[in-house]
Design a protein around this ligand. Structure first.
Ligand SMILES: Cc1cc2nc3c(=O)[nH]c(=O)nc-3n(C[C@H](O)[C@H](O)[C@H](O)COP(=O)(O)OP(=O)(O)OC[C@H]3O[C@@H](n4cnc5c(N)ncnc54)[C@H](O)[C@@H]3O)c2cc1C
Length: 150
């Protein structure tokens, strides 16, 4: 933990600002818990060119537009949003959880991990299309960004 960084204290810290993290943070905030959402940016939802199959979301909406509406909602309800990358966490002697970021440290009673996962990129790399192709092999599942998700 970097001693020279400020420590922000919350009841709940949600790590990851994709749809899963935003939803968790929205419920936590609306239930009256002092909540922060810490997100490093990027993620799978942010890669989406056009969102499909989401009720209430128009087809031509991009992933970043979709996430932007979520961020506005969270701020309106009083959730603190931090752009930061968390690299470690530990429990303090009094039972709180301390998370270490690049810009600050965060202390919370409860932590929700909603960090998604990273795609395996093909080699040689293909241009980013904002769509996905899932190739299911006998033992391995590879996801690239070459064509529409099926
Ligand atoms: C190209 C593409 C197109 C898609 N199209 C659709 C679609 O049309 N419709 C649909 O329903 N789904 C679609 N999906 C799937 C959808 O994007 C995912 O199911 C969804 O984004 C998963 O949400 P998530 O919150 O779990 O993860 P993510 O959206 O990946 O969010 C996780 C977040 O956590 C952050 N994070 C990770 N580690 C840390 C850390 N240590 N500190 C801080 N932050 C961290 C990441 O940076 C990221 O912002 C698509 C996916 C891809 C890749």
């Amino acid at each position: 933990m970097a001693e020279d960084l400020p420590t922000d204290e919350y009841e709940v810290v949600v790590v990851g600002g994709g749809p899963a993290g935003q939803t968790a943070a929205l419920y936590s905030t609306r239930l009256g818990h002092q909540t922060a959402l810490v997100d490093r940016g990027g993620g799978r939802a942010a890669m989406t060119q056009e969102v499909h199959n989401l009720i209430g979301v128009r087809e031509e909406t991009s992933g970043n537009e979709f996430l932007g509406v979520g961020k506005d909602q969270l701020e309106e309800y009083g959730c603190d949003l931090h752009r930061d990358m968390l690299s470690s966490c530990h429990r303090t002697e009094d039972g709180a959880i301390e998370l270490c970021g690049n810009s600050a440290n965060y202390q919370a009673e409860y932590v929700v991990l909603a960090t998604g996962f990273n795609d395996v990129r093909p080699d040689p790399p293909l241009p980013r299309t904002g769509r996905g192709l899932h190739i299911v092999c006998t033992a391995t599942r590879i996801c690239s960004s070459t064509s529409r998700c099926t």
